[in-house]
Design a protein around this ligand. Structure first.
Ligand SMILES: [Zn+2]
Length: 341
């Protein structure tokens, strides 16, 4: 094709280029590898040598002209298209938001702790907390657990690298601290993490406890039975059978273990209750006079009761979970099942 013909084609294209797509097509047609301008250069060899310089100059001029046109028209088109898009895409601020963002939920143990705390608060208990690295004295001695007691053995207790300190094995030191710091009447619960050298399907080396303490004049065992029955009835949301069995703890006298009718089988006997129809859920008793004395409270004037429960045990029973580890592995597939908490 002749240079003149290509110039005519260019003039025709100029009139009908409307969009950036047209423009790109034009660029390919004229400036592409197999485009007209390349063709013209390839025909250079058929041009007499004395005309070649002039011929090349003309092609270059045409190419420049085409390039300029494409650049300029490109900018115009871009501007026009942007304007058009801005007109079309208006934000509708009244549209509902995107709700697919995943929402987390409370850990089942947190949910159960809150539930337990709430029930006791309704019964007039205040919440107290204390350190997890505790003085051996507060964890054992002042609770009437003498030096030779097996609970103090290295096999049961995590001692820390500082003489006289350990990871608390129960939240009872919070009771000691409360009695040391305040005169009766005392009516508190102490929820928190505790540590023992235990590790099997029903024991974890770190677990959660809630303990309670009431100290006042004329506090008796019957008061304690009422509070615990009432708590269990509210927690399991049914008139669950409750029984008190005589037991022994160093820090209470008399002491009792509290059972409820198995909430899994309804008392018929199953794997969880080991066929007995009963589940042990609490330890309790009247505060030992030695403990009151050690904490500066006159046992002749005041009495108290105390109780303790394992949060994990309550969570396992409430949700029918048979391995305590599931609460600590934090597998999202497990945790997702408690989304409504
Ligand atoms: Zn059972």
């Amino acid at each position: 094709m002749e240079l003149g013909e290509i110039r005519n084609l260019f003039e025709e294209w100029k009139k009908r280029v409307e969009t950036s797509k047209d423009l790109e097509e034009m660029r390919q047609t004229f400036l592409g590898k197999k485009g007209y301008i390349s063709q013209l250069f390839r025909e250079m060899k058929n041009i007499p040598p004395e005309r070649r310089r002039e011929y090349g100059r003309e092609i270059n001029l045409l190419r420049e002209e085409i390039e300029n046109f494409i650049r300029q028209r490109g900018e115009e088109i871009k501007e026009r298209e942007l304007e058009k898009r801005l007109k079309a895409e208006r934000f509708d601020l009244s549209l509902p938001g995107d709700t697919v963002l995943p929402l987390g939920s409370k850990h089942p143990l947190s949910g159960v702790i809150e539930e337990i705390v709430e029930i006791f608060k309704q019964m007039g208990f205040a919440v107290e907390t204390g350190p997890e690295i505790e003085r051996e004295e507060y964890n054992f001695d002042m609770l009437n657990i003498p030096k030779e007691h097996p609970a103090r053995d290295m096999q049961d207790t995590f001692y820390v690298n500082r003489e006289g300190y350990l990871l608390r094995t129960h939240t009872s030191p919070v009771q000691v601290r409360t009695m040391l710091g305040r005169k009766p009447p005392i009516q508190i619960i102490a929820p928190g993490r505790v540590y023992r050298r235990d590790d099997d399907p029903t024991h974890s080396p770190m677990f959660f406890q809630v303990e309670g303490l009431v100290v006042n004049r004329d506090v008796n065992f019957a008061n304690m039975m009422f509070v615990l029955r009432e708590f269990l009835r509210r927690f399991f949301e049914t008139d669950v059978p409750v029984r008190f069995r005589p037991s022994y703890f160093p820090f209470t006298e008399p002491s009792a273990e509290v059972d409820i009718g198995c909430v899994i089988c309804g008392g018929e006997g199953c794997r969880v209750c080991k066929g007995t129809g009963w589940l042990e859920v609490l330890g309790a008793g009247m505060v030992h006079p030695n403990v009151l004395s050690a904490c500066g409270i006159d046992p002749e004037e005041y009495q108290g009761f105390a109780f303790g429960l394992g949060v994990d045990r309550f969570a396992m029973l409430k949700y029918g979970v048979d391995n305590i580890k599931l609460f600590y592995e934090n597998d999202v597939r497990f945790l997702k099942q408690f989304k409504s908490l």
